[in-house]
Design a protein around this ligand. Structure first.
Ligand SMILES: CC(C)(COP(=O)(O)OP(=O)(O)OC[C@H]1O[C@@H](n2cnc3c(N)ncnc32)[C@H](O)[C@@H]1OP(=O)(O)O)[C@@H](O)C(=O)NCCC(=O)NCCS
Length: 168
């Protein structure tokens, strides 16, 4: 099996074109939300957000956005993640690195995200990484003329998958 090195690097304003192309594609597929360019620029300059480019074999292969880095509650949100070629393990490896960032570097107590119920692939990856489903926000998003629900998932710092990261 081909082992691909996946790493994260901090995104720059110049990365937003790549990020927004991938974001738009996944928005159109119904997997993620999207934001305006001006909002991305503002968030990139905001200490509460962390923008990351996922690199595989040294090339951009996805992105992830964290929010809540300045949270007094030590509650960090994986606001958005997408990889260019799903199903090759890049997202799972990147998620592990995000978990490490959150719990080890940013001292999170809680790491959470939301996911559409129909996004079975993402849910499977999050479950395998130790996230627990904690509820459904029913009909919370109105998009393309219809309401959609979101499942909340989280992992807490004392749970095994988070504790392992501190000793990895
Ligand atoms: C979600 C995402 C980041 C996961 O990253 P990835 O690189 O695709 O993940 P992996 O390749 O490591 O794993 C995919 C897993 O999902 C499983 N899977 C794929 N389709 C599935 C389905 N329909 N139902 C259940 N599991 C599924 C695969 O079998 C694989 O699990 P395995 O490794 O145990 O076999 C990536 O798929 C992605 O960017 N998707 C589009 C955007 C998106 O959905 N973002 C998340 C929004 S919350």
């Amino acid at each position: 099996m081909l082992v691909v090195m996946v790493s994260l690097r901090k995104a720059q304003h110049a990365d937003l074109a790549f990020l927004m192309t991938l974001e738009e594609a996944n928005y159109q597929l119904g997997f993620t939300g999207r934001d305006l360019l001006e909002d991305h620029h503002a968030a990139l300059a905001d200490d509460d957000f962390g923008y990351w480019i996922i690199e595989a074999a040294g090339r951009p292969a996805g992105f992830a956005i964290l929010a809540g880095l300045a949270s007094q509650n030590r509650s960090i949100l994986i606001k958005r993640i997408a990889v260019s070629t799903p199903g090759h393990g890049h997202g799972r490896l990147a998620m592990r690195q995000l978990m490490r960032l959150a719990f080890v570097d940013y001292n999170a107590h809680r790491l959470w995200l939301d996911v559409y119920p129909e996004n079975e692939r993402a849910r499977a990856v999050y479950r395998a990484l130790g996230f627990q489903e904690e509820g459904v926000m029913r009909d919370c998003i109105f998009t393309a003329g219809a309401f959609r629900s979101l499942i909340l998932m989280s992992i807490l710092e004392h749970e095994p998958a988070a504790r392992e990261l501190r000793h990895a």
